[in-house]
Design a protein around this ligand. Sequence first.
Ligand SMILES: Cc1cc2nc3c(=O)[nH]c(=O)nc-3n(C[C@H](O)[C@H](O)[C@H](O)COP(=O)(O)OP(=O)(O)OC[C@H]3O[C@@H](n4cnc5c(N)ncnc54)[C@H](O)[C@@H]3O)c2cc1C
Length: 361
Amino acid sequence: MSRFYNLKVSKVEQDTDDALTIAVEIPDHLREEFKFKQGQYINLKKTIDGKDEIRSYSIVNAPGENQNHIEVLVKIIPEGKLSPVLQQDLKAGDMIEVMPPIGSFYANLHPTNDRTYIGLAAGSGISPVLCNIKEILIQEPQSRVYLFFGNKTKDKILKKNEIYRLEKEYGSRFRVTYIVSREKSDNPVFEGRITAEKLNELFDLFGDIPISETTYFICGPTDMIQSIADFLHLEKKVPAIQILHEYYTAPDDDDDPEKSDEFKALPNINSMVTVILDDDEYTFELNSKEEVIVDKCNNEGIPAPYSCHGGVCRTCMAQVLDGEVFMEKNFALNEEQVEQGFILTCQAHPTTHNVTLTFDV
Ligand SMILES: Cc1cc2nc3c(=O)[nH]c(=O)nc-3n(C[C@H](O)[C@H](O)[C@H](O)COP(=O)(O)OP(=O)(O)OC[C@H]3O[C@@H](n4cnc5c(N)ncnc54)[C@H](O)[C@@H]3O)c2cc1C
């Protein structure tokens, strides 16, 4: 689970001037390990200035396409650590460290389903949305999908050629609407950002969308995800289970969780933490008010997996087998998973004298 594999880069291609398509080849002996569900992501690792930089990237190709590679789309953040290095240095034929796919941004599909799905994506948020859309179109011949896709300008539309190809292939089962925020369009409905108000206008425009029975896939800036999800659930009465979203970054949070009343109320104790990772067992002492469990692991030389450090991805996920922990933030696990003892170790502090947890989940 925590393992990285050195895989061959089979493609590096500029999608737009600020986004890169990268494909890695999956050799036959790793097929099972790298089997994935639509909407999942991989972690890429590169050592930059002596430090391992690990970032998550959503898979663009769908499992139903049966390809022997995994493709991701990387938006270049000029001030970022990893993405500009990928753009400058990476070329086809290079090797790169890749962690097998994880994530739960998908719906269960069935060939007899006759459903409506809507993908709401902005910028690089298109990757997991498009992956879900392709899988639905392949697996559910009677279902239909709408894509509402926001970009700054028309020439910044990511994966445009592939979306166009899918429109041609699937006809009326796949309807695409582009919304641009920094350009005029022939209809004001197609201008601006994807907001609750915009979505309402789009519902009016299409008229025949069964709003509360539709399943929604949302990926984009955190404020977009939160406002659309709230609007659908609270105002349009869409059941929460039909509103799926994927965060790339943590929602802005003015409250410092370390200073929250909940955190202050934690007992100040030293805990013996036992960690199971790849069938090995490690034990260390950790104070409840000090660093989070995954940082302590890494400082102790235990190769526990992590990526976002913001409670957004689930790379550092573990399951508590004994004892209790406090999580500062959690944007990745649902209530059921938390009840089952799953935690994000990048957010977790031990709160009982003994804690045992396993990363082998
Ligand atoms: C589950 C998951 C899936 C992801 N999938 C993708 C993907 O398919 N494609 C992709 O390009 N990125 C994706 N990301 C974001 C990616 O992991 C990195 O955070 C991003 O590439 C920036 O890394 P960096 O090292 O260049 O910048 P960093 O040095 O890590 O960060 C620089 C700044 O960029 C911000 N940032 C991160 N992502 C974005 C973004 N998309 N747009 C604007 N600002 C951003 C960070 O919050 C930070 O403030 C995903 C993240 C998660 C948690």
